[in-house]
Design a binder for this molecule. Structure first.
Ligand SMILES: [Mn+2]
Length: 317
């Protein structure tokens, strides 16, 4: 942690990047650090490999994200990544070293590849936002309402509203401190969860229709094809914000829930969720993915049918 603080203190210009298909924790932890660094007079640029879903427009830095193409040949003192498990997840068109002499990698994914020059990985943290809060404190920056809001979005979404097993007393203590900074939890959940587009619910309908249950494998899975997205009018990020894969895990007697989502004619995204008995990060790692023990993912090259066969082979003991 001392090295993390030193790296951030030494940098005057910082490039911060979200991970692919950015979620609340990627956006929230990165935004909080960016705001804190600006309070210290530093220049921070925010880049994203994929569009930031509109549901996160409550995060103060929401209007600022630029694509990698807009970074061009700019050089910075530091590239800082929070919640990004490996370098490929940044979607950077060039090696990160082309943008800055040093790369900082702060994360809570146990499968983090430690690709930075300075790394701080704490798999005990329920969200990268928890680590970001510690970093901000050690930087000596007060957690004001704006920073608190960014951290809360990361913490609330990555803990599934403080329901997931990774949630600790520290998560709740941090939440309490963030609320003390003037946040209204009811208002935030309404903005995050009660502004649903009809297209998303139609996608959920298609998802539930496709649900397949394999009791022999303690597996339930959902299959979403490109046509399901076209017909519903929903986009890939909707599957994430709706927590579609969680519906598969909810079933009694099922240990592993999965979602197969077609990205293109030859690409399928696999999301895995476990109740705890199976470490799905190990399963995902076997096909080049990663994540946490109870939530992991991977990208599969092939058709939906091939992906389905792969999934069944993967969970078969
Ligand atoms: Mn996270």
């Amino acid at each position: 942690m001392k090295d993390v603080i030193a790296a951030l203190r030494a940098a005057k210009t910082v490039l911060m990047c979200l991970h692919r298909q950015p979620d609340g924790d990627s956006i929230g932890s990165t935004a909080a650090i960016a705001l804190a660094l600006r309070r210290l007079g530093k220049e921070v640029m925010l880049v994203t490999p994929d569009p930031v879903p509109g549901v996160y427009d409550l995060v103060p830095t929401y209007p600022e994200y630029i694509p990698w193409s807009a970074v061009k040949d700019r050089r910075f003192d530091l590239v800082a990544l929070f919640d990004c498990a490996d370098e490929r997840r940044t979607g950077a068109p060039q090696d990160l070293k082309r943008y800055a002499p040093r790369v900082l990698d702060v994360d809570h994914h146990a499968t983090n590849t430690r690709f930075g020059d300075v790394c701080f990985i704490d798999p005990q943290a329920a969200a990268s936002a928890e680590i970001a809060a510690r970093v901000i404190e050690q930087l000596g920056v007060t957690i004001d309402r704006e920073i608190a809001l960014a951290l809360y979005v990361g913490l609330e979404t990555d803990t599934g509203g403080f329901r997931y097993a990774a949630t600790t007393p520290d998560s709740h203590r941090l939440a309490a401190r963030l609320l003390d900074a003037g946040l209204e939890p009811g208002e935030i959940s309404q903005q995050l969860y009660e502004r649903q587009a009809v297209s998303g619910l139609r996608l959920l309908g298609a998802a539930l229709q496709s649900l397949r249950v394999r009791e022999d494998l303690s597996l339930a899975y959902i299959v979403l094809s490109s046509e399901d997205f076209e017909r519903s009018g929903a986009v890939a990020a909707d599957a994430e914000t709706l927590g579609i894969v969680d519906y598969a895990r909810r079933i009694e007697g099922i240990e592993v829930g999965a979602l197969l989502r077609q990205e293109g004619p030859h690409e399928v995204k696999l999301s895995l969720r476990s109740k705890g008995a199976v470490d799905v990060s190990h399963l995902a790692a076997r096909i080049g993915g990663g994540g946490h023990a109870r939530a992991a993912g991977a990208t599969f090259e092939g058709s939906l049918e091939e992906a389905e066969a792969m999934l069944l082979a993967l969970v078969r003991p």
